[in-house]
Design a binder for this molecule. Structure first.
Ligand SMILES: Nc1nc2c(ncn2[C@@H]2O[C@H](COP(=O)(O)OP(=O)(O)OP(=O)(O)O)[C@@H](O)[C@H]2O)c(=O)[nH]1
Ligand SMILES: [Mg+2]
Length: 295
């Protein structure tokens, strides 16, 4: 009989390289939100892939940045934690990328005692020549890594990476029940669906000044009733979120509701409110309340 394998496989890399796209491709569900903007992911999100004799605990993490305010510091704490408990590191880069902007994190990767799979993503955007240049460069920069070329978006090369993960996984009993998909509660996915629409439809600093707080999540037999607050930092931002006669907010509500109906497989009633929570991004207590500061 084969022994059961299980372990933490943590995805790290620069912002916008496709970490969340890859995590969703592995899990086969839309667990992490994806947008074309950097800093879409703010949390460490666990996605669990279960088989009869394995359990892969994937972590999606925020893109690595130099933090400028407290929220971003908390985001980087999630990345640090992903280095600490990993059994396998997936270092995701995109074709054309030259470096990880943070030297300390980069050194952790090159000095890693655990297996590192360096995945060159978005190869659908390039050609053979660009790819072979990239492979050559990354071999020199991260000699301890095994290199794979993938397109997370097109699921190209992803099954091969998964097979290698299974080979490398340590023997261990499962860490979570075998029917569990994530460690995050339902409300988290509501918040994220709403935040994704805000990232998509608002410009400049607006998406980065927003946090969502789902106050009510009530599941009936046929419908889920949800009430969520969109928190902004300033009064002027509140007006922008709502838009002319409420049109902008309405669009966010409709689009988020559609996604959530797919995600939960049930009819959704979604009420949205906008509130000013002054400078929440720099307020320790508020950050803790929204699940950021874990120290
Ligand atoms: N062409 C192409 N685009 C991709 C691929 N993978 C991801 N993308 C796109 O890249 C953008 C960023 O993807 P995300 O998955 O949100 O990237 P991320 O690394 O999680 O970003 P942050 O959470 O902001 O750090 C989105 O527009 C994706 O559709 C790929 O393989 N090919
Ligand atoms: Mg992401």
């Amino acid at each position: 009989m084969t022994k059961h394998k299980a372990g933490f496989v943590n995805i790290i890399g620069n912002p916008n390289v496709g970490k969340s796209t890859l995590m969703n491709a592995f899990v086969g569900e839309r667990l992490s939100i994806i947008t074309s903007k950097a800093q879409t992911t703010r949390h460490r999100i666990l996605g669990i892939v279960n088989g009869d004799d394995f359990q892969v605990l994937l972590s999606d993490t925020p893109g690595i940045i130099k933090p400028a305010y407290q929220l971003q510091e908390s985001m980087m704490d999630f990345v640090k934690s992903a280095f600490e408990d990993a059994d396998i590191l997936l270092y995701l880069v995109e074709l054309g990328e030259k470096e990880l902007k943070d030297e300390a994190f980069f050194n952790k990767i090159t000095n890693s005692k655990i297996p590192v799979l360096l995945l060159i993503n978005k190869i659908d955007k390039g050609n053979e020549e660009l790819l072979s240049e990239a492979v050559k460069m990354w071999k020199e920069k991260v000699p301890n890594a095994e290199i794979f070329a993938i397109s997370a978006l097109q699921n190209f090369g992803v099954p091969e990476v998964f097979n290698r993960i299974i080979e490398l996984l340590p023997e261990s009993p499962p860490f979570y029940p075998k029917d569990q998909l994530t460690d995050k509660p339902e409300r988290f996915f509501v918040n994220e669906a709403i935040r994704e629409k805000i990232l998509m439809h608002y410009k400049k600093e607006i998406p980065y000044s927003v946090e969502i707080d789902t106050e009510e999540f009530f599941e009936d037999e046929n419908i889920i009733r949800i009430r969520s607050i969109i928190m902004v930092e300033r009064e002027t931002q509140k007006g922008i979120i709502i838009g002319h006669k409420g049109s902008a907010l309405k669009r966010v509500g409709i689009e988020a509701r559609k996604d959530l109906e797919k995600f939960f497989g049930k009819q959704i009633h979604l009420e949205l409110y906008v509130k000013v929570n002054k400078d929440w991004r720099s307020n320790e207590k508020q950050l803790r309340r929204f699940g950021y500061n874990q120290k």
